[in-house]
Ligand binder design. Structure first.
Ligand SMILES: *Cc1c(COP(=O)(O)O)cnc(C)c1O
Length: 462
């Protein structure tokens, strides 16, 4: 990776979207009115929104031009054929099933493969993937390598699946118990950590040996390709497109949330390498849940923006700038002494809130408290992945159970913010660090039974 100060963004700005920093007293009032939960804030009251990288990308002039070429025919839209050609070109897959989002592609895939009491191993399933597996009374298994769960590791491929444990599972469970394996690349849930080519190849060979299917959750595949190029000397001189081609040759197909690396605001797809039977089966489900074969819940114009976004998402200068910006923020925070998950992943910087605010016990929500302070200090929206998002009350003991990690994610939208915005995030952290002993933590005053973080209400502790 070139040093960040030796190049600039590989684009210039044609259209701007104004954002405003509210006054400190207004921010104080707004976060209180939001019951100290950033999900309740209005987007327009936020200055720098790092809630998610999903669907928040800025589209290019080329994509917007494509929007005007939307062919809104019910069947056989020309934009579908453009998308199909792009996927064939980049992924090497012949059969394409468009869907309205990534989770819709997962719904179709799981309904085809997964039934009651089965096991579905992967490196680390994304939340919705896990949800679709559980919905079918099957069991998701997260077999990520041990290093993948260590926050201060220096391992370069923390998204790898533990091959020994995978083989054990395949050996001990026949196809009727374990129908498929899913590799998520990059691995979202441990910080956008990449999967190496050799790990993917070996996982694929195991699924050949035991005659099972392997699918890639491709939401951030291009970022994964970039990491392979940067971190595996064997690929230093291979183009991103060739790396992608090789990656997807080690799978039977993929699900994709286009809201990530395809640089669009909505959309997804399911694709199969060459199995026409699977494709026909998927189309039956698609027609019930999404729409006809050639649009799958998307407008023709969305299909066109997606086809174009797929190409742009694999451009090397775009990826260098994108991953470079995330890394820039991570390094600055580290230099300031803020504890973060290392190495910095593809789509965001994950702050270790427990080490940053060691005086706040986990039942007083140090991560959630940090999200509140970031809004107070800089109008910045981040998201807690800790005691609130993953903690729950054990129905048997009535005790609160807390997750091992207490993280705050700063997710960087693609092509949206400049490094100066990143600098302000660092400034906000510096200011919070200087007064952090005074932060007292929060207590919950309302919570829903499931997925409580979206709607929970808090009050500051005395
Ligand atoms: C976002 C995401 C999904 C789900 O996609 P949606 O488009 O939000 O439905 C699945 N897997 C991963 C890895 C994701 O990041």
């Amino acid at each position: 990776m070139r040093p960040r100060d030796t190049y600039a963004e590989p684009y210039r700005i044609k259209m701007i979207e104004p954002i405003k920093l509210k006054k400190p007293e207004e921010r104080e009032r707004l976060i209180k009115e939001a019951h100290y939960n950033i999900f309740n804030l209005k987007a327009e009251d936020i200055y720098i929104d790092l809630l998610t990288d999903s669907g928040t990308s800025a589209m290019s002039a080329n994509q917007w031009a494509g929007i005007m070429l939307g062919d809104e025919s019910y069947a056989g839209s020309k934009n579908f054929y453009n998308l199909q050609a792009a996927i064939k070109d980049i992924f090497g897959y012949n059969f394409v099933v468009p869907t309205h989002q990534g989770r819709a592609a997962e719904n179709i895939l799981m309904s085809m493969f997964v039934g009651e009491n089965q096991r579905v191993p992967g490196n680390m399933h994304f939340d919705t993937t896990e949800g679709h597996i559980r919905l079918r009374n099957a069991r998701p298994l997260n077999l990520v390598v041990d290093e993948g769960l260590k926050t201060d590791s220096t391992n370069l491929f923390k998204g790898n699946i533990d091959l020994e444990r995978l083989e054990e599972e395949l050996k001990n469970n026949g196809p009727s118990r374990l129908p498929l394996v899913i590799i998520t690349a990059t691995c979202n849930n441990n910080g956008g950590q990449p999967v190496s080519m050799s790990n993917l190849r070996a996982a694929y060979e195991l699924t050949r040996k035991y005659k099972r299917a392997l699918f890639i959750d491709a939401a951030r595949y291009a970022e994964n390709c970039y990491f392979i190029k940067q971190r595996d000397p064997a690929y230093r001189n291979t183009s991103i497109r060739d790396i992608a081609r090789e990656m997807f040759s080690y799978a039977d197909g993929c699900t994709m949330s286009s809201k990530k690396d395809a640089l669009v605001n909505i959309g997804g797809f399911l694709a199969f390498k060459d199995n026409n039977e699977w494709y026909e089966k998927a189309v039956q489900m698609q027609i019930c849940y999404e729409g006809f074969r050639t649009y799958g819940g998307l407008a023709g114009r969305d299909l066109e923006a997606l086809a174009r976004g797929l190409y742009e998402g694999t451009e090397e200068d775009y990826l260098e700038d994108r991953i470079g910006q995330v890394n820039y923020l991570g390094q600055q925070l580290r230099d300031t002494g803020i504890p973060i998950v290392t190495p910095v992943g593809g789509h965001g910087v994950f702050v270790d809130a427990m080490s940053f605010l060691p005086h706040i016990p986990q039942h007083c929500f140090p991560g959630q408290s940090l999200t509140v302070e970031l809004y107070r200090e800089g109008g910045i929206r981040s998201v807690e992945l800790g005691a609130c998002a993953f903690g729950y009350i054990d129905p048997e003991t009535g005790q609160e159970v807390f997750p091992a990690q207490e993280l705050v994610r700063l997710t960087i939208p693609r092509r949206v913010y400049s490094d100066r915005h990143m600098d302000l995030v660092v400034r906000a952290f510096e200011a919070i660090a200087a007064r952090k002993k005074k932060i007292r933590g929060l207590e919950i005053v309302y919570q829903a039974e499931i997925l409580r973080h979206f709607t929970a209400r808090f009050r500051p502790r005395d």
